[in-house]
Each structure stands twice: as C-alpha cells, then as structure tokens.
Design a protein around this ligand. Structure first.
Ligand code: IFM
Length: 471
C-alpha cells in the first residue's frame, strides 16, 4: 500500500479534485455499546452484549464495553472534536437498554442523555443521525425469546415511539436497524455475536422479526414525528463468483440472496426472494411470516443506508469440504475466497469497486432512492508516535479510494447524499474487543486521551474542499 502525505494547508472548494454535490452530508459514525461505557448508569439495564462479553471466551482478551471510549461522559468533548474535523453529521445509536426501564416501560433518564447529545450536536451545527438498533437488545427481552420471538418487534415499536416522541423534531435522519444480517445470522446463526445462539432456522426467524421490527418502527416514527426522514442501514455487499463456472455463479446467487435480497426485497419489493425460500425449504417452512407482515415491512422509506467494507468472492466448496460454522443458512457447501490484493487490519480486502458496483446495483434493481454510505472505513494497528502524531496513511488511502468509487456512482446517476466514515473514535469492535482500531480519532483506553489521527486532519480537508483534495 502506498503512503500519502497529509496536506498541511487548508484547502478550498477550488482545490477539490473530485467535487461532491452541494449539501452532501460529511459525517462520522459510532454505536452506543462500542463507545459509551457507563453500562450501569442512570437506569440502563444489561444488554445481550454485556452478557455475551462477560462470558469467557466470547471476546478477544475478555474485553467488554463497560468503559469503552467513555463517550457517555465525554460526549461534549467529542462534539468538540467533531467541530475540529468539520463534520456536518454525526451518526450515533440510541441504546435500547438505556431507554427501556427494567421490567418494561420507559426510563426517562435514558432519553435525557440522547436529548442532551442531540441538542449539543445541533448547537454545534452538526446534524444528528440516530440509529435505533445497533445490536444491543435488552437482556430481559432476549430472556423472553429475543429476536426469535415475534413480540420483540412490538416492543421495538414501543421503544421507537418513545424515542421519536422525545427527539423526532430534532433528528435529521433515523436508521431503524443497523445491519440486521449481523443481528440475525451472527447472533442467532453462527453464534459469533451476542446472544451467541446457533441454529439456521432461528436465524431466519430472527431476520424476519428484525424486518418486522423495522416496519413497525417506521410506522411509529411516522406517527410520532410525521416529518421524520427514515432509513435503514444494511451491510449489503457486492458478491462475486470466484470463477465463471455455473457452480460458482450459483454460490454467488445464494450468498447474494441471503446477504442482500433477503433484506432488500421485503423492504423495497414487498416479498421474500423465491429462490432463497426454495433454497432454505429444508430448514424452515417460513410459517413465521404472517399475513400483512410484508405490507408493514415494505412501507415506503425515505432513503437507504449502506455499510460497505469489502466485496465477497465465493464459490462452490470442493467436494467433502463442509463449513459447519457458516452464518449462512444452508451455506455449508459454499467457500469464501480472499480477494487478491491489499487487506486491512481485519484481513478484509480493499476493493472500492465493490462500493461502486453496489450503489449502481441498488439503483438498477431497487429504484432511484436517495442513498447514504452510513459506514465505510478500515481498521489498522495505529499508534501514537513519539511526536504525538498518529500516522495512518493506509486509512487515508482507503477512504480516498472509496470516496472516489462513490463519486463514480454519483457520476453514473446514483442519488448519494452523504458519507459517514466508520468510525469517529477507536472503539469496542465486538468479538475483537479493543484489538482493532477503526477510528479517525485515536483513543488511549487507559487515560481516555483522544488524538486526531492524520486521517481526521485529511478528512477535515475533504470536508472543507467539498470533495477529495488534490494530492
Ligand atoms: O464496528 C462495526 C459496526 O458496529 C457495524 N459495521 C461494521 C463495523 C466494523 O466491523
């Protein structure tokens, strides 16, 4: 990977090499459990991630989100950092276990925190973009069945109504769910994420109930805050066959179906993909999909959020090779291949063409909806140097290349309205704990000292220029 010098001088709009449309939202994202800490304060109840992380062997080094980046206490300082970077939008998630009171009902102190956060963002001229579910299901609801229980979708709508009732007049855009594929297939399928349950039928059931929760939350948001701008953030991917053989093409069709179409089709076409229903008929009869559900799930939304990191290169597994740990229902006979080329600190391939292709594919298959890149970024093993600087040229290269790919999609007609780098802060990377650093701001977890990485300074120049500055 090449290195890149950080431009020292402020740039202006004239200096942009690739200019983005006026009004484009330049943002950064975080999620509650990954940054907030303060897990037992102001009436917050345990979530499935508290339980999962406290279970030996579930996270790297036994890391938990107990303290994380202490954003709950330091949010004002963090908004100060956002101002220094020049962010126009901040995507955060609301922690359901802060807002839901123990035993049910609403905990006003939980809503108070998000109201303080939103008001402080607005005072700083930064748009608040709120995600209602970024994986932190209240443990009490998991104990009642979690996402395999239909009732959880109803409880989610109650929670959405309470949050929208308090903040609906001030939040610029809502994401109902973040990456429901992960919640369903990692949480209930492979068990690599909380709540750590393993079973492909229950994963498909959870996926449907998450989609139903999305639909019911859309209703609740529209009722409580009629002018709400509503979206959902999906970890959709560009799925490519490793060779041109029919078997590898079929593997790509199946993974695309389970990763992308299983979520996009009900939301935008009011139906589940028939091929995926047929593929999974051996493990489920889909009887959890009830009359009327698809109309609820398919109610119009205002935008689509895309979280993109890497493409997937797949093929038929060699005879006799069975992936017993796959999160994909019926995907035991499918192999995932490394994409040739550079990778990030997660081992994920760096291929911005996947983002361009994905954005073009949405437009082709699902229509002219406004789209936001709600997450994109990379982990690298960053350190504060002796001069106090955090040099992260690979992250700058990654973001630059993905912005260029997004720009290509805009030039081809995609209505892309914003980009949120993942992440504002180094944070708790789920099962990887604190071993992976995605932030454009470095966090020293012992002292909680924040240091803007070179990528944060570079991103400030992007924002100032309204596009990618000349090198
Ligand atoms: O950290 C996660 C985030 O919570 C969801 N999207 C992917 C990121 C990187 O793994």
């Amino acid at each position: 990977m090449s290195t890149l010098a950080v431009p020292a001088a402020q740039t202006s709009a004239q200096d942009a090499e690739l200019r983005f449309p006026p009004g484009f939202w330049w943002g950064a994202a975080t999620a509650a459990y990954q940054v907030e800490g303060a897990v037992a304060e102001d009436g917050r109840t345990p979530s499935i991630w508290d339980t999962f992380a406290a279970t030996p062997g579930r996270t790297d080094r036994g890391d938990t989100g107990e303290r994380a980046a202490d954003h709950y206490h330091r949010y004002l300082d963090d908004i100060g950092l956002m101002t220094r970077i020049g962010l126009g939008a901040y995507r955060f998630s609301v922690a359901w276990p802060r807002v839901r009171a123990a035993g049910g009902g609403i905990n006003p102190a939980g809503l108070d925190f998000y109201e303080r956060l939103v008001d402080a963002l607005l005072a700083a001229g930064i748009r608040p973009v709120a995600t209602l579910y970024h994986w932190d299901l209240p443990q009490e609801l998991e104990d009642a069945g979690g996402w395999t229980a239909r009732d959880t979708a109803g409880r989610f709508a109650d929670y959405a109504a309470a949050v929208a009732g308090r903040l609906g007049d001030r939040v610029s855009m809502w994401n109902t769910l973040n990456e429901p594929w992960c919640s369903a297939f990692l949480g209930y399928g492979s068990g690599g994420h909380a709540p750590g349950r393993r079973g492909h039928r229950q994963a498909l059931t959870a996926a449907h109930h998450l989609l139903l929760a999305h639909g019911r939350a859309v209703q609740a948001l529209r009722a409580a805050a009629p002018r709400s701008h509503v979206s959902v953030a999906l970890n959709a991917g560009a799925v490519r066959p490793v060779t041109d053989t029919p078997a590898d093409h079929d593997a790509a069709r199946r993974i695309d179906g389970l990763l992308n179409r299983l979520f996009l089709d009900p939301i935008f076409r009011r139906g589940y993909p028939a091929d995926i229903q047929a593929d999974t008929a051996t493990i489920t009869d889909w009887s959890y999909v009830r009359d009327g559900d698809l109309a609820v799930i398919g109610a119009p939304i205002d935008a689509l959020g895309v979280n993109y990191y890497q493409p997937d290169l797949v093929g038929a597994a060699p005879a006799g090779q069975v992936d017993t740990g796959t999160p994909y229902p019926t995907g035991e006979d499918i192999a995932f291949h490394p994409t040739p080329g550079p990778t990030t600190g997660m081992g994920w391939s760096i291929d911005p063409t996947g983002l361009r292709d994905l954005l073009l594919r949405f437009r082709r298959d699902y229509g002219e909806l406004p789209v936001y890149v709600t997450e994109n970024g990379a982990a690298f093993p960053d350190e504060v140097g002796p001069d106090g600087r955090v040099a992260d040229p690979h992250r700058i290269d990654y973001v630059r290349a993905h912005l260029a790919a997004a720009h290509e999609a805009i030039a081809a007609g995609v209505d892309l309205r914003g980009y949120f780098v993942w992440s504002l802060l180094d944070n708790f990377e789920w099962a990887y704990g604190y071993s992976k650093r995605f932030g454009i701001v470095h966090v020293d977890y012992d002292t909680q000292v924040r240091t803007l990485k070179d990528s944060a300074h570079w991103y400030r120049d992007v924002i100032t220029a309204g596009g990618i500055p000349r090198r």
